[in-house]
Write a protein that binds this ligand. Structure first.
Ligand SMILES: Cc1cc2nc3c(=O)[nH]c(=O)nc-3n(C[C@H](O)[C@H](O)[C@H](O)COP(=O)(O)OP(=O)(O)OC[C@H]3O[C@@H](n4cnc5c(N)ncnc54)[C@H](O)[C@@H]3O)c2cc1C
Ligand code: SF4
Ligand code: SF4
Ligand code: SF4
Length: 402
């Protein structure tokens, strides 16, 4: 039995672990026509050992859920880097950044995600020094090419302590593999509250338009969620030759309009069970959305610690942060945890067709989506647009009201 078996009960998350564990290199990873990473099998190489299936979410009829009681026992904190210059470089409060640096110091080999401008994609990479983990800073809101880094983990798990940062689907797959190899105790797995990952067709069109705008120059840095106008906003900033050469439109960013439409996310994201369980991770990080920090402009992390290993790691960095106690119930209010999306499949198909069509712009696809929105959503969007012309305090007040 291998990952092409018809008994799969779910869609592929694009985690790529099946290809990493295959002892015969029978699986390659490529983007499919909808822009999602998928495994492709060379049946001539496969020896039917079944290892790929054992790490794969598609076949797991026993995904562990976290009960309400277990959720109540999870230690949850808010955390914000004390140092402002570090806070500017991270997506929320900087906990992922501090953890990576601390865990490298403790002898872990860290795996996290960087953006590769030459390959136009996000990638998991391996870091052995604190400096190398700088590249992990900032969320890249697209699927990550994780195969090469996962191969390193698979090859060396026996005698290396790994600290892996990724989405719940990456962490689930790593947990499954490490548990099979009885190496889970040696490693620390850190995941993120997760909304989902959009098709790479969205990023490709968006990135090509920026490249044209900046004269096809190399991107020195892509900040997928810059804090240029404060935390809580969704701005893409691209740095070229040391200057901010692109800052996305304050009123509407086409990448994020499609990201939050939920119509062009990976198939598995719609009813993903992994973003709604804490059973596989040691620490889950996210933005501390909700009322408590609504007026914060610098960024606050939500930190949910589920294991003794996770607690030790967080205790080692907590003095770098301003922290407050919280609980899962407070943090989950504004998260996708426990939610199921129900995209209109006919509209999804038309949007993906539009993204593939080289004569169509991203705006055409966004307009198609907006044309199908109901009155309530249109009114919400209109309010969001006028928000940008209001002073910050008034904007926050309106946001709270809406
Ligand atoms: C696709 C995606 C969806 C997300 N959805 C939510 C959400 O719905 N709610 C929420 O609260 N938070 C979400 N996050 C997490 C949030 O954006 C921050 O990453 C988190 O708050 C940690 O920020 P930080 O300031 O602690 O660290 P940072 O220093 O900003 O660290 C970011 C960390 O994310 C990892 N990372 C970056 N890009 C990717 C990627 N593409 N795939 C896997 N790992 C990556 C890096 O390795 C690094 O460890 C999402 C992140 C991603 C990548
Ligand atoms: S979910 Fe992960 S392990 Fe399963 S087929 Fe997809 S990429 Fe492979
Ligand atoms: S069954 Fe074994 S050999 Fe075949 S693809 Fe899966 S891991 Fe590779
Ligand atoms: S919702 Fe997040 S964790 Fe679930 S499959 Fe999508 S990207 Fe992975």
């Amino acid at each position: 039995m291998n990952i092409t078996d018809k008994s799969a009960i779910r869609d592929c998350t694009s985690c790529q672990m099946c290809a990493a564990v295959c002892p015969r290199d029978a699986i390659t990873i490529r983007l499919n026509e909808d822009g999602f990473y998928r495994p492709y099998l060379d049946a001539n190489k496969c020896v039917d050992c079944g290892l790929c299936v054992k790490v794969c979410y598609k076949f797991d009829s026993d995904v562990k859920v976290t009960t309400a009681d277990e959720e109540n026992r999870i230690t949850v904190k808010s955390a914000q880097y004390r140092q402002n210059e570090l806070l500017e470089k991270v997506t929320s409060g900087g906990v992922a950044d501090a953890l990576a640096k601390e865990l490298v110091k403790q002898g872990y080999t860290c795996i996290g995600v960087t953006y590769n401008d030459e390959r136009h994609r996000a990638e998991h990479i391996v870091a052995h020094t604190e400096g190398e983990t700088d590249a992990f800073r900032g969320s890249k809101y697209i699927q990550s090419y994780s195969l090469d880094a996962f191969k390193t983990l698979v090859k060396n798990a026996k005698d290396t302590k790994f600290a892996l940062f990724g989405l719940p689907c990456h962490i689930y797959a790593a947990h499954k593999f490490l548990t099979l190899r009885r190496q889970r105790e040696n490693c620390i797995l850190i995941d993120l509250f997760c909304h989902g990952c959009p098709s790479m067709l969205v990023w490709n069109k968006y990135e090509q338009a920026i490249k044209r705008q900046v004269g096809n120059k190399k991107f020195d840095d892509v900040q997928f969620r810059s804090k240029v106008r404060g935390w809580g906003t969704f701005y893409v900033v691209v740095v070229v030759e040391g200057v901010k050469a692109f800052i996305s439109s304050p009123k509407h960013d086409e990448f994020y309009s499609l990201f939050f439409s939920d119509h062009v996310l990976n198939d598995a994201c719609s009813d993903c069970k992994l973003r709604s369980t804490m059973a596989y991770t040691d620490i889950r990080l996210g933005d501390f959305w909700g009322k408590r920090y609504l007026n914060d402009r610098k960024g606050v992390s939500a930190v949910a610690v589920t294991s003794e290993r996770g607690k030790k790691a967080f205790d080692a960095i907590k003095d770098l942060f301003k922290t407050e106690d919280s609980c899962m119930a407070e943090v989950l209010v504004k998260q996708s945890y426990g939610k199921v999306y129900t995209p209109n499949m006919e509209l999804r198909k038309r949007m993906l067709d539009g993204l593939r069509d080289s004569h169509k712009t991203l705006k055409d696809v966004v307009d198609l989506y907006y044309s199908r929105q109901g009155l309530a959503m249109k009114a919400k969007r209109w309010l969001k647009t006028i928000n940008w012309y209001l002073p910050f305090d008034l904007m926050r007040l309106l946001k709270r009201f809406v």
